[in-house]
Design a protein around this ligand. Structure first.
Ligand SMILES: Nc1nc2c(ncn2[C@@H]2O[C@H](COP(=O)(O)OP(=O)(O)OP(=O)(O)O)[C@@H](O)[C@H]2O)c(=O)[nH]1
Ligand SMILES: [Mg+2]
Length: 341
């Protein structure tokens, strides 16, 4: 479970930001008046993310008191689940062109306890002089925040109207923010963020490429002593595991068994051979009756690359709002594998 804390003034764009990151309506948007003084906990089915949304704070309390209260309340809940707050997103409207001392102190108090990203929300132009000035003002405060600097972000497309003309400002900044957050998270939560975020394709592809490179090396190592055909089991296990890991990183779900069956269909073997290992026997080119290190490495690499390509195409569709199921994944893999051969 990835525990995310939200903080910032009412209407700053906290809900919109977290919803844009995960591509789901986790936190309600634009409800207007602050409903309660309670910390709200939001979850969605099948999303291993919990959002703790903090309310606007009462005046009269010091920033340290406010931060301390929020952290204490949330920690009580996450500790009960043997977990911790993995990061906080502090949101401040970019259009305010300034941050109050109160906010600076609040962020400092939060950031001393949890990884805190300072997000300048609803930003229309990060190069605008006011925004540049605001960023350097925040930089100069030397806050212990993620990347030591604020992130200007437009989480959702914004339509502006001037005298009857509409201009759309495209979302930006989320990929930067996600990359920085991924760097500070422990491995398990990093994986959750990378696979569940719906913004940054590139981040997923990079992670998947690392998996392929690592698996190809292992495959080559296993085949350092050339493996006879009938002994290819350890190699196939490696590749099925690679497919499964890539699938997870991409945020899709598919049974490895179905994947193997689909691959078998690609190379045109009958149902009797539709298991992972018999399929892979057909995939590995043999050199003198054995699989050697270079063949094992390069074949594994090619298979991984084809699968990443397939997933990439599907992710683009998914980001555009098309729901993706197991059959789509198999279909795309089949197409990519044919192209690659
Ligand atoms: N176009 C656009 N609108 C945004 C963006 N962020 C926030 N908004 C709008 O600003 C309003 C407030 O956004 P919310 O995300 O509800 O802000 P919040 O900080 O969660 O507000 P509270 O939970 O009420 O404190 C809503 O009408 C949003 O649609 C953005 O990145 N782009
Ligand atoms: Mg909200």
């Amino acid at each position: 479970m990835l525990n995310v804390m939200l903080a910032g003034r009412p209407g700053a764009g906290k809900s919109t930001l977290v919803n844009a990151i995960f591509g789901e309506a986790i936190a309600p948007v634009g409800t207007g008046a602050p409903v309660t003084q309670e910390i709200e906990r939001y979850r969605r089915p099948r999303l291993p993310v919990t959002v703790y949304d903090t309310p606007g704070y009462e005046l009269g309390k010091s920033p340290t008191e406010v931060a301390g209260y929020f952290l204490e309340q949330i920690k009580q809940r996450v500790v009960a689940e043997e977990s911790e707050i993995h990061f906080a997103l502090y949101c401040s409207l970019a259009a305010n062109n300034r941050v109050e001392e109160f906010e600076v102190d609040l962020v400092r108090a939060l950031a001393q306890e949890v990884h805190t990203a300072f997000v300048l929300t609803q930003c229309l132009d990060k190069e605008a002089q006011e925004v540049v000035d605001l960023r350097s003002h925040i930089d100069s405060r030397k806050l212990p925040i993620v990347n030591s600097r604020p992130f200007p972000v437009l989480a959702e497309e914004k339509l502006l109207s001037f005298s009857g003309q509409s201009v759309s400002v495209k979302p930006f900044g989320l990929d930067d923010l996600l990359r920085a957050l991924a760097r500070v998270l422990p491995a398990a939560q990093k994986r959750t963020l990378v696979s569940r975020q719906r913004v940054n394709l590139e981040l997923k592809v990079k992670e998947a490429n690392d998996i392929v490179a690592e698996t190809a090396l292992k495959a080559a190592a296993i085949a350092a002593v050339p493996i006879p055909l009938y002994d290819i089991g350890p190699l196939s296990a490696l590749q099925v595991a690679m497919f499964a890991r890539i699938t997870r990183v991409m945020g899709f779900s598919i049974e490895p068994r179905s994947l193997a069956a689909a691959c078998a269909a690609v190379v045109g073997v009958g149902s009797a051979a539709r298991t992972a290992s018999s399929f892979l026997k057909l995939v590995f080119p043999l050199v003198g009756g054995v699989v050697n290190a270079s063949v094992a490495g390069s074949t594994t690499y090619a298979m991984g690359a084809a699968y990443i390509k397939a997933c990439e195409g599907l992710l683009r569709l998914q980001i555009a709002g098309v729901p993706i199921d197991q059959d789509d994944i198999i279909g795309a893999l089949v197409r990519e594998w044919r192209k690659a051969r």
